[in-house]
Ligand binder design. Structure first.
Ligand SMILES: Nc1ncnc2c1ncn2[C@@H]1O[C@H](COP(=O)(O)OP(=O)(O)OP(=O)(O)O)[C@@H](O)[C@H]1O
Length: 243
C-alpha cells in the first residue's frame, strides 16, 4: 500500500460564521488522485482553499507528509509541496511564457524540457507574453507554472471550465499523463464529472457541506443514478456505461 500523502480528519471550514464544509474526512495516498464533485456552490473550491490554507479550518486536522499543516500559512504549505492552480488561471501577463515558467521554479522532475514535452503548445509560444495567450493556453501555463515548483500534490480547480473542445482534449491528455504516467498526486475539482472520473482513481461527492458519497472513480462513472442524484451532471453524449 502507498503511504498517505494528505489526510483531512473531521474538518469544518467556511467563511466567518458560515460553515460551508463539515465532518470532512478524506485521505489521498501518494500517487493517488481524487475527483471532487458536486453541484455549483456546494464547497468544492472551499475544499481546495482549506487544503491550501487560504481558508483556515474551524475544527479538525489536515496532515500532509505526516506533518500537521492545519495552522500553517499557504506559503509554508506551498514550500512543503502543495501546488494549487486557482480557477482564475493566474499568469503574469507582462512576462513571457518562459519567464512565467522560470520565475518560481524549483528543482525537480519538472523542468522546462519536461514541461514543453507535456505542453508542446507552450513551447511554440514560449516568447509570447502572458496576455497574448488564449484562455486554453493560459490554463496550460497556469498548470505548467505550478508544476515547475515541483509539488508533491497538485490541486486543480475546474481546469477545463469554459474551454473549447480541442483544448479540453489536449489538457485532459496532459492531466492524464501527469497523474497516470508520472504518478503525480492530484485533487481535481471539476464540473465535467465524466472527464474527472476518467482521470482519477477515487472520487467524493459533496452535498450540503458533507461528503455524501465516496467511491472508486470507475465505479462511480458506471453509477449514473448516484451521479444524477448528487451532481446533476454535465455529461458527454449518451453514457456508454449507463445502466
Ligand atoms: N469569500 C467568501 N466569503 C463568504 N462566502 C463565500 C466565499 N467564497 C465562497 N463562499 C460561499 O461558500 C459556498 C461554497 O462556495 P465554493 O466556491 O466553495 O463552491 P463550489 O462548489 O466551488 O462552487 P462552483 O462550482 O460554483 O465553483 C457558497 O455558498 C459561496 O457563496
Amino acid at each position: 500500500m502507498s503511504e498517505t500523502l494528505l489526510e483531512l480528519k473531521d474538518v469544518r471550514s467556511g467563511y466567518h460564521e458560515a460553515v460551508v464544509l463539515d465532518r470532512i474526512s478524506v485521505s489521498i495516498a501518494a500517487g493517488g488522485s481524487l475527483a471532487v464533485l458536486g453541484r455549483n456552490g456546494v464547497g468544492k473550491t472551499t475544499f481546495l482553499l482549506t487544503i491550501m490554507g487560504i481558508v483556515r479550518p474551524m475544527r479538525g486536522t489536515i496532515t500532509f507528509k505526516g506533518t500537521e499543516v492545519s495552522r500553517l500559512t499557504p506559503d509554508r504549505r506551498a514550500l512543503l509541496g502543495i501546488g494549487w492552480v486557482p480557477q482564475e488561471r493566474e499568469v503574469f501577463k507582462s512576462l513571457s511564457v518562459e519567464e512565467n515558467l522560470t520565475v518560481a521554479a524549483r528543482p525537480g522532475r519538472w523542468d522546462l524540457d519536461a514541461i514543453y514535452a507535456l505542453f508542446p503548445r507552450l513551447k511554440e509560444r514560449r516568447r509570447n507574453m502572458g496576455d497574448q495567450l488564449s484562455g486554453g493556453e493560459q490554463q496550460m501555463l497556469a498548470i505548467a507554472r505550478t508544476l515547475m515548483t515541483n509539488p508533491s500534490l497538485l490541486l486543480l480547480d475546474e481546469p477545463l471550465e469554459g474551454l473549447a473542445p480541442i483544448i479540453v482534449e489536449e489538457l485532459t491528455a496532459a492531466i492524464r499523463r501527469m497523474a497516470q504516467d508520472e504518478g503525480l498526486t492530484l485533487v481535481l475539482v471539476e464540473q465535467h464529472a465524466d472527464v474527472a472520473l476518467k482521470l482519477t482513481d477515487r472520487a467524493i461527492i459533496l452535498e450540503r457541506g458533507l461528503v455524501a458519497h465516496e467511491a472508486p472513480s470507475a465505479d462511480l462513472l458506471a453509477d449514473r443514478k448516484t451521479l444524477d442524484r448528487y451532481v446533476g451532471l454535465k455529461l458527454d453524449a449518451p453514457a456508454a456505461n449507463a445502466g
